[in-house]
Design a protein around this ligand. Sequence first.
Ligand code: DQA
Length: 147
Amino acid sequence: MSKLIYILNGPNLNLLGNRQPDLYGHETLADIEAQCQTVAASAGLSQKMLQSNHEGQIVDWIHEAREDAAGIIINPGALTHYSIAVLDALNAFDGPVIEVHVSQVHKREPFRHKSFVSLRADAVMAGFGTHGYALAMQHVAHLLGGK
Ligand SMILES: O=C1C[C@@](O)(C(=O)O)C[C@@H](O)[C@@H]1O
C-alpha cells in the first residue's frame, strides 16, 4: 500500500484564491490538491488534503496522522504564530513534517516571523506561492526515500 501524506491547512485557507490574491495568489486549495496529487502519484505516495478553521480539529487530525500517515505537510495559517497545541501534536508525530506558507512571512509583519511549528518542522517553505505545496510534496517523497 502507498504511503499516505496528510496536507493540513489551518484557519482562512479555505479562502485561498479569493482572499488577498496579491499576497496569496489566485489558486484554490482544490488547485493545490491537484498539483500535489501529480507529484505524490509520481513518487508512489497518496495524499489526504484537509482544512479547518478550528485549532482543535487540526490537533485531532495530527493525532490521526500518527495512526495512518507517513508524513505531514502543514500550512497552519495564523496558528503558526501562537499555537503550542499544534506544536505539541506535531512533536508526537514521528514522520517528516514540512511547514508551508504561501506568502513570504519574513517580509511581512514582525508577528509573522515567529513560528512555533518551525520548532518541529524538518523544512519550511515560505514565499513560493501555492507552488510551495507541490515542492513540499517532492521533498517529503525524497525524505521518505521515494522516487
Ligand atoms: O493565514 C496565513 C497564511 C500563511 O500561513 C501563508 O500561507 O502565507 C501566513 C500566515 O501568517 C497567515 O496567518
